[in-house]
Design a protein around this ligand. Structure first.
Ligand code: MCN
Length: 755
């Protein structure tokens, strides 16, 4: 029986539960200097001068400013259409563009001394006009890069309107959405350390999701041979898409080389809230039209993407929103227009879902608005428009090539598990009674894309002298449990107990190459690479066994249940992995049992349906989430326990976007949510237990049949909860609430509807 599909406990957990995880901050680094960044308190200003004398009068303190940095500004990532002129200096030289921009670097003997010295660095700012809202930025009145004459960093889709788009529609409905700015808030904030060895090689310890890519960027920016850069990512306490190489990590490595001593930095929580990239921040306008019986004929989506002060990955994300704008529906006419603009705020990058939650939020709100206008049941309108099960593979009009799916099956499962009929009865009862606490039921259907850009991942399998195996992977696990699932994938092919397979990741000296982890692609490409490398090791092993038994290789088989090689149809002679490894080691042939594979694949399209049940206090606006039923289909599951854990975390993020979290700036660009006191980050006590229902529709794209699961919960949950809140308030005449649907926004929407 295969180990795959079993709820194997996470191999990494005993280490974490015993407090034995090793993070960058725990690293003993003899004689290391501590780095403290002096950050701008102004959102937009000219730097008239920096006086470091008082800080440098403290013992063992050195202060560097932008003038000391010999590395030029970093241009945005080289995605097509991104304005490359909007480059970010490692340390601001003449202009700061957001609260958190680095203006000086303090090197000291420890954190306390660094904090004291940073306070004594006197920066003379001449404030400039500030632009915080993307709609204002789009007017190009206050410019962040005046030399470019525009704040537009990228465009996506088409600016051309088809006048006839809504021809033939009986009903056309328009509305707006805000996918508000979120702070990724990993529990371990960013941390970096670097040291130059006697041979001139630099080692960087980074709390990152992408060690191999970081090595290439570090080498490229600092003008080094990649062979002279080693990146080690030890245990990483969450990333949620945001822990990619930033200017801070580049500066740490640059500083270690500059001062000739090891240096280290760990951001504080409030620093993390302003300096780590934020996510989402997309403002949408939609128009949807169709026939009176609920068939959607046309859909138009305009997205205004806030990029923050320097365009990063976030500027490109509307392209993913465009690609996925059709959602699970067969819509024949779609128009998308996206603009990404810079504002005086923290830069926007990837955050769990990255571009796809925005697409789902838009189409699901549009569908609900369309159903409401037609006074039709939103479930039935969905059914009318779903891409049918027999239509796969299916390419949407926005060119997304969906691999496999059963969208109606997911919807049915979710509705059945939720008990829709009983819920509607209870809702009716409460409405008739007319009490303050009304029930709302929200439904969302979604499809998303994982491994969105056809990537390749590296995997290597090596048999060790004791007959166990090491899997080396270019994927990186920072909470996803790869040490377990990748071990399961290799163990299944090798016929070894999962305990005897060790997964190695995150050290560029140990793992030849890799891309890291984002976009929920690890299992389908990294897991596949490990599987194929394991298959190749088995083939090599059969050759060895054939030599030892003086048999033809075609006659050697591996009994996967016992982990024994034998000649076909004969119980003996046979060799177990430990026996084979020992013999090969004695013969100097153990090295033959090591194989690497690079696996490339096209994207997969996980999908699902969520049902949310909320209770809304129509007097105070308070929302309580009572239930959330989640059906998330990620193809064949490697480990349902881990997949469920991923859904739990993902749903928490999605619910939290619907009800709680939002980064807020005042009109001067000062962040008002830069601590966990001000930022509404929920704890598990604020959330109910999710009801997770399994569904597995394999993908034909890879032999594992696996799609990604890491972001699904996030994508499905937000629109379901949003829709539930609106459903509860429909009798009050509330048709729109900006997210988060917290007490204040809900109360305001109720008052507005009353007036
Ligand atoms: N899995 C499975 N069966 C499948 C698919 C996945 O058993 N069909 C398992 C995998 O083998 C893996 C886990 O589920 O152990 C997630 O796998 P996958 O969906 O391939 O996603 P990645 O490993 O590439 O993880 C990335 C994804 C992203 S993009 C974000 S953001 C995210 C997330 O994962 N950030 C996280 N989950 C997170 N979980 C934690 N704890 N912390 C984060 O920062």
């Amino acid at each position: 029986m295969s180990i795959l599909g079993n709820r194997v406990l996470r191999k990494e957990d005993p280490r974490f539960l015993r407090g034995e995880g090793r993070y960058v901050e725990n690293l003993p680094l003899e004689g290391a200097l501590t780095v403290t960044f002096v950050r701008s308190l102004f959102a937009h200003a000219r730097i008239a001068g920096v006086d470091k004398s008082a800080a440098e009068a403290l013992p063992n303190v050195q202060v560097l400013t932008g003038a000391d940095i010999d590395v030029g500004p970093i241009p945005p990532p080289p995605f097509p259409g991104l304005e490359q002129g909007m480059a970010r200096p490692l340390v601001a030289v003449d202009t700061v563009r957001f609260v958190g921009d680095i203006v000086a670097i303090v090197l000291s003997d420890g954190r306390a001394a660094g904090a004291d010295a940073a306070e004594l660095v006197m920066v003379d700012y001449d404030p400039l006009p500030v632009v915080v809202k993307p709609a204002d930025a789009a007017k190009d009145e206050v410019l962040l890069f005046p030399e470019l004459g525009t704040n537009v960093a990228a465009r996506s889709g088409s600016a051309e309107h088809d006048e006839k788009l809504f021809d033939g529609c009986d009903v056309v409905v328009s509305g707006t959405n805000i996918s508000q700015r979120m702070a990724p808030s990993p529990l371990e904030p960013r941390s970096a350390a670097a040291e130059v060895g006697p041979d001139g090689r630099v080692t960087a310890w980074l709390s990152t999701q992408t060690p191999h890519q970081d090595r290439m960027v570090l080498a490229g920016v600092l003008g080094l041979d990649p062979a002279d850069v080693r990146v080690i990512a030890p245990d990483v306490g969450g990333g949620f898409g945001a822990k990619m190489l930033g200017v801070e990590e580049l500066l740490i490595v640059w500083l270690a080389r500059k001062v000739g001593k090891p240096v280290r930095w760990t951001e504080t929580r409030s620093e993390s809230m302003v300096a780590l990239s934020h996510g989402r921040a997309q403002h949408q306008s939609y128009t949807i039209g169709g026939t009176r019986d609920g068939k959607v004929l046309a859909y138009r989506l305009e997205a205004l993407q806030d990029c923050g002060a320097y365009p990063a990955l976030g500027a490109f994300l509307p392209n993913l929103t465009a690609l996925m704008s059709s959602g699970v529906y067969a819509i024949q006419r779609i128009e998308f227009e996206g603009r990404s603009v810079v504002t005086n705020t923290t830069p926007i990058s990837a955050f769990r879902g990255a571009g796809r939650p925005e697409a789902t939020q838009a189409i699901e709100r549009a569908l609900d608005a369309f159903a409401a206008e037609l006074e039709l049941d939103p479930v039935e309108v969905r059914r009318t428009n779903l891409i049918p099960k027999d239509a796969f593979p299916h390419t949407t009009v926005t060119h997304a090539a969906y691999d496999s799916g059963d969208y109606e099956g997911a919807l049915d499962l979710a509705l059945h598990a939720a008990g829709l009929e009983e819920l509607r009865d209870e809702q009716r009862r409460r409405r008739e009674e007319g009490g303050a606490k009304q029930l709302g039921i929200g439904i969302s259907c979604y499809v998303e894309i994982t491994n969105g850009i056809d990537e390749t991942e590296f995997g290597e399998v090596e048999i060790t002298e004791d007959g166990g195996a090491i899997v080396r992977t270019g994927s990186f696990s920072h909470g996803q449990g790869h040490e377990t699932t990748f071990a399961m994938i290799a163990a299944e092919r090798l016929g070894l107990p999962v305990e005897q397979v060790t997964v190695v990741k995150g050290d560029t000296d140990d793992v030849a190459r890799g891309t890291g982890t984002y976009g929920s692609k690890s299992t389908q490409i990294g897991g596949m690479a490990a599987r194929l490398a394991a298959d190749e090791v088995v083939e090599r092993a059969k050759q060895l066994v054939a030599d030892y038994f003086e048999a033809g290789v075609a006659d050697i088989s591996l009994d996967l249940a016992l982990g024994r090689f034998r000649v076909v149809d004969a119980p003996e002679p046979s060799l177990s992995w430990p026996e084979l490894a020992a013999r090969a080691a004695a013969d100097g042939r153990l090295g033959e049992l090591k194989m690497a594979h690079d696996f490339k694949s096209s994207p997969t399209f996980p999908f699902g349906a969520h049902v949310a049940v909320v209770e809304v206090d129509t007097e105070t606006g308070q929302v309580e989430l009572l239930r959330l039923v989640a059906v998330d289909d990620a193809g064949t599951l490697i480990n349902p326990l881990i997949a469920e854990g991923q859904v739990h975390g993902g749903v928490a993020t999605g619910v939290s976007q619907a009800l709680y979290e939002q980064v807020v700036y005042d009109e001067d660009g000062t962040p008002l949510t830069s601590t966990f006191v001000g930022y509404a980050f929920p704890s598990s006590a604020d959330l109910p237990l999710w009801e997770v229902v399994e569904m597995e529709t394999p993908t034909p794209v890879n032999p594992l049949g696996a799609k990604g699961i890491g972001e699904s919960g996030t994508i499905g949950a937000t629109p379901a909860v949003h829709s539930a809140v609106l459903d509860a308030l429909a009798p009050q005449g509330v048709r729109h609430i900006d997210l988060p649907a917290n007490g204040e926004n809900v109360w305001r929407a109720i008052q507005e509807a009353k007036s």
